[in-house]
Design a protein around this ligand. Structure first.
Ligand code: IMP
Ligand code: MG
Length: 198
């Protein structure tokens, strides 16, 4: 074994023995538990089931962030429905810094004369949902509303519009978990956490 491979072995062993947290300087502060999410989802689903009885509901999920909320919501809805998806991203790999909004998949949607419910993870400035709703209106749905897991208060909004269904209002903090990511990480956490510097 030469000196370089000894040093490499020591580095690898040190990294393997360190707790994962010490390699990741960000801290997660619990904000909303999975039980609280489940309970609000049931209430919201009850309301949506009443409002869309006798309608032709198409749920348009905004990937990737809405994946957990849609998966759980549709199992609580007592309604026939179709699920479609678009992918919107404005943060991407740059983490918390916003870029231009990209929408993928909207051209495939068959929503003419149907009742559309856009479901997203979070309404921050509102830019994503408002832009998406404007695009979808060009396809002449019978109605179009939105449902979000989180609505961020104290943020300058692009609009006066507030989604018709909001599970939780939160402060202006960067959150992850239950579908929400930071640089594509943390989506699988069962609850919602504030991402903090240590
Ligand atoms: P808006 O266009 O400003 O409303 O931002 C909405 C999109 O930005 C969401 O669909 C999320 O993907 C992302 N986003 C905004 N705030 C957060 C956050 O606190 N954590 C993770 N993603 C966020
Ligand atoms: Mg995101």
């Amino acid at each position: 074994m030469n000196i370089r491979s000894i040093i490499l072995t020591i580095c690898l062993l040190t990294a393997a023995l360190l707790p994962a947290e010490s390699m990741d300087p960000l801290k997660l502060r619990p904000l909303i538990t999975k039980e609280e999410i489940a309970s609000r989802l049931k209430e919201t689903a009850r309301q949506i089931s009443q409002d869309y009885a006798e309608k032709d509901l198409v749920v348009v999920m905004v990937l990737k962030g809405a994946l957990c909320v849609v998966a759980d919501l549709i199992r609580e809805l007592d309604l026939p429905l179709d699920i479609e998806a678009v992918q919107c991203s404005s943060y991407g790999a740059r983490g918390t810094q916003r870029g231009a909004l990209q929408v993928i998949g909207e051209e495939r949607l068959q929503i003419h004369n149907r009742d559309v419910l856009v479901v997203d993870d979070i309404f921050d400035s509102g830019h994503t949902i408002v832009t998406l709703i404007e695009k979808l209106k060009e396809k002449h749905p019978s109605s179009i509303k939105s449902c979000v897991l989180l609505y961020k208060n104290d943020v300058e909004k692009a609009t006066d519009y507030r989604p018709e269904y909001v599970l939780f209002d939160i402060k202006n903090e960067f959150v992850v978990g239950y579908g929400l990511d930071y640089k594509e990480r943390y989506r699988g956490l069962p609850g919602i956490y504030v991402l903090e510097s240590p």
